[in-house]
Design a protein around this ligand. Structure first.
Ligand code: NAD
Length: 353
């Protein structure tokens, strides 16, 4: 069994669905079900005995100790986090609590569990921490992409909290020998992405006839990776990564935000044209930039390619088309998220929150 934290969120739920498509090894899913946790993402696993869901906090040491002793997972993969930069600007406290303090409690519980193992179980155990390229700060137009040795210079409360968690994970390896692996990935996109993030927000607003808000001049550059490629990278690092190492994961797809928005609009024009025949790009509306907005992120993913043979399966063109098609095919999922009905669904599944 593997323990996956935060697996009702965007990347975690994609990871669990992919994992169980490829393995029979069960997954214990520990998720607090914040606003970003949506078990409806895992509705297809409702009657699947390989998926065990527990609602709880990575900061709850007693719960962690009990779960680790009872299920004895061979690996822990930590996706649980507060993940939205804008929310971190308006209210950083939850980010410190989950991303820093929560990761600390999780590391402590895992350290105790790992210490209780022996022989093959001890040497095979892994703790994989999922992190972001935002810890590296921002790049100028001509700067080389981030490598694993780029110094950390986080600029938002979100990226600072993730940087702190990465440092703790690193220190637990250095100090206690805990068998850790860390991945730092670029921006993900794909199915089950909460519509507060750029790509799903644009799709959902476009279809609803609402403005498509673009920060500043829209020339902030991000590197984009289809979520299932991120999941395959995590599986590969878990399987073959060198303990204590970090691996950058990216798609070699640097794009300014405005180009992403235009691409989404063009795909929607093709797949579901507006009734009045106007292009969706006519809904673009430039808004005041986010404070401290990083200008450019770019990931050098050559280490994971060279050492572990990983590369993405999707190009940006194929991944973004799949994504737009997924949102068009899942209006109920979008409607439940927007209306908050998914929380009602949680109540039905797991008892009232
Ligand atoms: P998300 O916000 O969609 O999901 C986070 C999940 O964690 C939710 O299900 C939430 O309920 C759960 N959670 C929050 N606090 C918790 C707590 N205290 N205890 C247990 N569960 C808790 O995030 P995501 O986009 O899926 O990101 C997952 C991880 O990947 C994060 O660590 C994030 O930093 C990292 N990451 C994300 C991206 C991206 O583009 N989305 C890119 C690189 C790295």
């Amino acid at each position: 069994m593997i323990l996956v934290t935060g697996a009702a969120g965007f990347i975690g739920s994609n990871f669990v669905l992919d994992w169980l498509e490829q393995h029979d090894e069960p997954v214990l899913n520990l998720d607090k079900l914040t606003y970003a946790g949506n078990p409806e993402n895992l509705a297809s696993l409702r009657d699947d005995p390989r998926h065990v869901f527990v609602q709880g906090d990575i900061g709850d040491r007693a719960l962690l100790d009990r779960l680790l002793a009872e299920h004895r997972p061979r690996a822990v993969i930590n996706f649980a986090a507060e993940s939205h930069v804008d929310r971190s600007i308006h209210g950083p406290e939850d980010f410190i609590q989950t991303n820093v303090v929560g990761t600390f409690h999780l590391l402590e519980a895992v350290r105790a569990h790992w210490g209780s193992l022996d022989g093959e179980a001890k040497s095979a155990f892994r703790f994989l921490h999922v992190s972001t390229d935002e810890v590296y700060g921002t790049l100028g137009p001509g700067d080389a992409p981030f490598t694993e040795t780029t110094p950390y210079t986080p600029n938002s409360p979100y990226s600072a909290s993730k940087a702190a968690s990465d440092h703790l994970v690193r220190a637990y390896h250095h100090t206690y020998g805990l068998p850790v692996l860390t991945t730092n990935c670029s921006n993900n996109y794909g199915p089950y992405h909460f519509p507060e993030k750029l790509i799903p927000l644009m799709i959902v607003n476009a279809l609803a006839g609402k403005p498509l808000p673009v920060y500043g001049d829209g020339m902030q550059v991000r590197d984009w990776l289809y979520v299932k490629d991120h999941c395959s990278a995590i599986r590969r690092v878990l399987e073959a990564g060198t303990l204590g190492e970090t691996y950058n994961v990216g798609g070699w797809n640097e794009k300014p935000n405005i180009e992403i928005v235009r691409t989404v609009c063009t795909l929607l024009d093709e797949l579901q044209p507006r009734a009045d025949g106007q292009p969706y790009s006519s809904q673009v509306s430039y808004v005041k930039d986010r404070p401290g907005h990083d200008r450019r992120y770019a990931i050098d993913a050559s280490k994971i390619h060279r050492e572990l043979g990983w590369k993405p399966a999707e190009t940006f063109d194929s991944g973004i088309r799949k994504t737009v098609m997924w949102y068009l095919a899942h209006p109920d999922w979008v409607a439940h998220v927007q209306s908050g009905d998914y929380r009602h669904w949680i109540g039905q599944q797991y008892g009232a929150l």
